[in-house]
Design a protein around this ligand. Structure first.
Ligand code: HEM
Length: 299
């Protein structure tokens, strides 16, 4: 459901279409689109062993498969562009919105495993917005603790743990190592985010660690060298601002509108899977009950 939300959000902005969840417009095209995006996510990241051992190119066929998939995705995007040219609709495509859905799932899982944090987030929302009004996008900057929760989730569970492979266009030095031009460089953000030299008690989920960090709390400026879930510099994620707004509003709504509980009180499993956007191996399942605000504001 979180994926449906974030994908629809982007697809409706760029193409005016719903491809996920209820009220899908063109079911055939929608399922083709969803399947291609799912495949692209499986290949995304740095998963080609032949990049490290070129001999494997003789056996793997990875590059061939990826090129074929890229052709299909280009075809689909081209159709949207043609449609736009004919009907003067806005069209485009972006498959990175999965990152926001995955991060929201990790955030909810963390909250369920840390009821004290969830309680504090609920108290902040009730205190800042009241129990009569539904959270709105303009409320999100006021909810500092909620943003700390999102930052702490991005620290421990960065949706792109190795960022995206980079390749220097000229020889350079990184951390004292000579890197010839054309070398694939992977930045292990996951491990930088858990380095005990930079973070106190690095593996614990403690949103409070961001509370006094003026650079972080509340704006889109993640310009610190320690936290880099969106990468850094000129090729950093251009969707960071959009992602933080969507995640703040969605997580805030989920906390404001529902009481959440674990099934049979069992701790939520936090095992990380593989793939371009680091997924949970076991998708989150939890119990929720509408809070009175839902009756008051929806009916
Ligand atoms: C939690 C959500 C997100 C995370 C964690 C995330 C993370 C990243 C990372 C790590 C990179 C690569 C940066 C690098 O290699 O230095 C990236 C690139 C990119 N992201 Fe995001 N992203 C998120 C959401 C989004 C959204 C919502 C959009 C679109 C609206 C988006 C669009 C892009 C694009 C187009 C690039 C490529 C930029 C380039 O190559 O110059 N991202 N993202």
């Amino acid at each position: 459901m979180l994926r449906d939300l974030t994908f629809n959000n982007i697809m409706r902005m760029v193409a005016g279409k719903r491809y996920y969840g209820d009220e899908v417009m063109d079911d055939g095209k929608a399922s083709e689109f969803r399947e291609l995006i799912a495949q692209a996510l499986r290949y995304a990241g740095s998963g080609n062993p032949a990049d490290f051992l070129p001999l494997l190119n003789w056996f793997g066929g990875y590059e061939k498969k990826v090129k074929k998939l890229a052709e299909k995705i280009d075809g689909l995007v081209q159709e949207l562009i043609n449609e736009h040219r004919c009907k003067k609709l806005e069209n485009n495509n972006n498959n990175r919105t999965d990152t926001s859905a995955v991060t929201l799932e990790w955030a909810m899982s963390n909250l369920l495993n840390h009821p004290d944090v969830l309680r504090r987030a609920k108290a902040e929302i009730d205190g800042e917005i009241g129990e009569e009004n539904l959270i709105d996008e303009s409320d999100v900057p006021k909810l500092k603790y909620l943003q700390c929760i999102i930052l702490e989730t991005l620290r421990l569970y960065p949706a792109a743990p190795l960022l995206i492979p980079h390749m220097p266009s000229s020889d350079c030095t990184i951390g004292g190592y000579d890197i010839p031009r054309g070398t694939i460089v992977l930045v292990n953000a996951w491990s930088i985010h858990r380095d005990s030299k930079s973070w106190e008690d690095p593996t614990s989920f403690t949103p409070e660690r961001f509370e006094n960090d003026e650079k972080l709390g509340g704006n889109d400026n993640l310009g610190t060298h320690k936290l880099m879930p969106f990468g850094l510099g000129r090729r950093a994620c251009p969707g960071a601002g959009q992602a933080q707004r969507v995640m703040g509003l969605t997580l805030g709504s989920l906390i404001q509108c529902f009481e959440w509980e674990r099934i049979d009180g069992k701790v939520i499993d936090m095992v990380e899977g593989t793939g371009g956007t680091m997924p949970k191996v076991h998708p989150l399942k939890a119990l929720c009950k509408a809070r009175p605000i839902v009756d008051r504001t929806f009916y």
